[in-house]
Write a protein that binds this ligand. Sequence first.
Ligand code: IMP
Ligand code: MG
Length: 184
Amino acid sequence: MPEVKEDKIVLGKSVFIPLLSEETIQARLKELGKQISMDYKNKIPVFIGVLNGAFVFMADLLRNINIDCEVDFFKLSSYGDEKITSGKVSLIKELNCDVHGRDLIIVEDIIDSGLSIKFIKDMISLHNPSSMRIAAFLYKPNSLRYEVKIDYIGFQIPSKFVIGYGLDYAQKYRNLKSVYIINE
Ligand code: IMP
Ligand code: MG
């Protein structure tokens, strides 16, 4: 685990400072869960989590959903172990369920350039779902380079690198309960 000094996380030359506390995150998820549950009243949506980053958000969001729903996951690879996007996306794990005619909510950890979510939307559209919305835990509006509508946003954040609550740096720190942002 990283070195934590006065609530700062020091990873080599990079220092990360607190951005979103556990309490702030959980309070927002209550609101989001309520909103989604209302919007999908009398429907049975399928929540589709994008691995790996979305697993923490997905788990906490789902526990705030009070209507019947189903869950599936798929896995993309884009970043490798770098802090900047590679500009390439590939599919590693396909969906297991039949999404034809279903109401889908794609669950992402973070929308940065928008490349991943655009790739996902285009790919899933080919399976003819009845509807498709996007729920993102974090959104960096100033980084967006692709035209995509995000229907449910946890938090808008500055265009800087963040870790924790599912978000990694070189695959680590996903298990932090709160979100930390690079201090530069
Ligand atoms: P996009 O395709 O540029 O929108 O990037 C989306 C993916 O990049 C996310 O699903 C994350 O896995 C990763 N990513 C983007 N920004 C960050 C960050 O600040 N910290 C950790 N991962 C990030
Ligand atoms: Mg990642």
